[in-house]
Ligand binder design. Structure first.
Ligand SMILES: [Zn+2]
Length: 206
């Protein structure tokens, strides 16, 4: 029965590469997979530790582009599975908070990519606890100090997170300014530990 269900799903939604759309394999075809650069753990201000699945670039960047700017929300499932596979490498957490989008962005895109990526994440996800406290401009095109200033105090937490271990999740971390600003809000709400996870880690400013 499970096999039949799988066959029906494969027929309706044939597995395809999240980067080049080649049919047959998910998330990446063999050719794109060969070009992927795995990422690991890295330090971010205000977090115990942050981790990403892949380095930004090549097929990984293409997949993110299709998902985020091409608004192919269906890619959230295969990409979200990649995030979920990293979960065993992370410390235990009590709650997962996706980084919220600025309201104007949400209206423009129609979905929050971070929220979509954690739909199948194997932990308690609370998508509405972390909020945007004020409007910010896009981080794209801004440099380090400008990025930090742009997002400083940009987040607030609804309710308290007293003593909790929190995992912040975003689609891509670049300088980490956004995640650090979110971590500050989470700590101010009483969190004991703050960890970070992103699908992609970009070393230089996008
Ligand atoms: Zn491919």
């Amino acid at each position: 029965m499970l096999q039949l269900a799988r066959a029906v799903v494969d027929f309706l939604f044939p597995p395809s590469c999240v980067a080049c759309a080649e049919l047959g394999r998910e998330p990446f075809c063999a050719l794109c997979e060969d070009a992927l650069l795995p990422a690991g753990a890295f330090a971010l201000t205000g977090l115990e530790e942050a981790r990403a699945v892949l380095q930004y670039g090549g097929p990984a960047a293409l997949a993110l582009f299709r998902f985020k700017y091409g608004r192919e929300v269906a890619l959230a499932r295969p990409l979200g599975r990649m995030l979920a596979e990293v979960a065993p490498l992370l410390p235990r957490v009590d709650v997962v908070l996706p980084i919220p989008l600025a309201r104007s962005r949400l209206v423009e895109r129609g979905f929050n990519q971070a929220r979509e990526l954690v739909r199948g994440f194997p932990a308690r996800v609370e998508p509405h606890r972390l909020r945007r406290a004020r409007p910010t401009r896009s981080q794209a095109g801004l440099r380090g100090a400008e990025r930090r200033a742009n997002v400083a105090g940009a987040f607030s937490v609804q309710g308290r997170l007293a003593g909790q271990r929190v995992l912040l999740v975003d689609d891509v971390v670049t300088t980490g300014a956004t995640m650090s600003a979110a971590a500050a809000a989470v700590r101010a709400a009483g969190a004991r530990e703050v960890h970070g996870l992103a699908l992609l880690h970009a070393d230089s400013v996008l």
